[in-house]
Ligand binder design. Structure first.
Ligand code: PMP
Length: 398
């Protein structure tokens, strides 16, 4: 029965990681997958997370199932982080949150919810976007379209084109926005631009779906939530898929959440009952450990301030690497202007390197970059910066 099945193509990002692992070159550099690395090139467990885990080992009493939506303490902590403690959507009980296995799990539940309750909707994603978005929505049978976002010539947001595209999106469709630290470009709208987008959304009547995978990696926890909160001043309904993979370094624990916001508490209850139904038929109920860690850290003042410091340290290191990358390239004689890289947010930059240059960097220098030219800045260290920039300079000189 299975003899005619064709081999699936390798995942463009995770496949690159496998190739890196198998490369015997001792000087290889991995700028592919979006995992934070410290100055030593390691992805350590945060101290706040380790301390929370120690407490959990002491206090946990059962491994019985969680409810479909996860614990109340977790769900409340997520909402406070997304909206701020006294936000209208919380006090009016217009938002309901369910724990999910990572941001991907949250997006998948969002996709199933959309397919079931907005069956004719097309989901619009930015051009470019995270490689998995299209696959997630298409896998439940939704149509996926793309809206203008990035201007390759100026290496910046083409906001006019974005507005023009989105003003063609009909009422009842869904538009996915990256809440902050746009993947792969690292370029986000300004607060004023978010307000314009929200106004357009309200006028057109499409549903905003925020993919919020990097809160705290751009400018700060509050600052990074500005886009989503500005939207909530103007629109009554929204879906949010958030992830704690990056900001807690909890990649392999799979912790995230899906939040549905409606105009009234009554509508929110009804919509959430359907979200829970999607979860029940999918993975039944979420894993406990990662969410328990996040809850412990967010609700314990001492762990919370330790975590915020650790998050700030990750953010600062990435910003430093951006500046050092730009200045080292210049020092290596590269004439092309790469200064745009120090203006971008989060782990990623669209370097402008073309597929041939990316291939040459891999074959000749053991430097792994996604084919689109997306660079994970978090893979740069003070130690690998010199050889990295030297290799790029050589490739650019060809
Ligand atoms: N959305 C975006 C934009 C991402 O970059 C990622 C992770 N690379 C995710 C969602 C998924 O996150 P998770 O690992 O928590 O599933």
């Amino acid at each position: 029965m299975f003899e005619n099945i064709q081999v699936a193509p390798a995942d463009p990002i995770l496949g690159l990681n496998d190739a890196y692992r198998n490369d015997p070159n001792p000087n290889k550099i991995n700028l592919g997958v979006g995992v934070y690395k410290d100055e030593l090139g390691a992805t350590p467990i945060l101290k706040s997370v380790k301390q929370a885990e120690e407490r959990l080992v002491e206090t946990e009493k059962t491994k019985s199932y969680l409810s479909i939506e996860g614990t109340e303490a977790y769900r409340n902590a997520v909402q406070e982080l997304l909206f701020g403690a006294d936000h209208d959507v919380i006090t009016k009980q217009r938002a309901h949150t369910a724990q999910s296995p990572g941001g991907t799990g949250a997006l998948r539940i969002a996709a199933e919810f959309i397919k079931k309750h907005m069956p004719g909707a097309t989901v619009w994603v930015s051009n470019p976007t995270w490689a998995n978005h299209q696959a997630i929505f298409q896998s439940v049978g939704l149509e996926v379209g793309s809206y203008a976002y990035y201007d390759a010539a100026s290496k910046s947001l083409d906001f006019e084109a974005m507005l023009a595209s989105l003003s063609q999106v009909p009422a009842g469709d869904v538009v996915l926005f990256h809440g902050c630290c746009h993947n792969p470009t690292g370029i986000d709208p300004t607060t004023e631009q978010w307000a314009q987008l929200a106004k357009l959304c309200s006028k057109q009547g499409f549903l905003p779906l925020f993919d919020f995978a990097y809160q705290g990696f751009g400018s700060g926890l509050e600052e990074d939530a500005a886009g989503l909160r500005v939207f909530l001043d103007q629109v009554q309904e929204m879906l949010i898929a958030n992830s704690f993979s990056k900001n807690f370094g909890l990649y392999n624990e799979r912790v995230g959440a899906i939040t549905v916001i409606c105009e009234t508490a009554e509508h929110a209850d009804a919509a959430f009952s359907q979200v829970k139904r999607c979860i029940r038929a999918n993975y039944s109920n979420p894993p406990s450990h990662g969410a328990a860690v996040v809850t412990e850290v967010l609700t314990n003042p001492q762990l919370r301030s330790l975590w915020e410091m650790e998050l700030q340290a990750m953010r600062t290191r990435i910003h430093e690497m951006r500046s050092l990358f730009v200045s080292t390239l210049r020092a290596k004689g590269v004439e092309q202007d790469f200064s745009f890289i120090s203006q971008q947010n989060g782990m990623f930059s669209f370097s402008g390197l073309n597929p041939d240059q990316v291939a040459q960097l891999r074959q000749e220098f053991g430097i792994y970059i996604v084919g689109s030219g997306r660079i994970s800045v978090a893979g740069m260290t003070k130690d690998n910066m010199e050889p990295l920039c030297e290799a790029i300079a050589k490739v650019l000189a060809n």
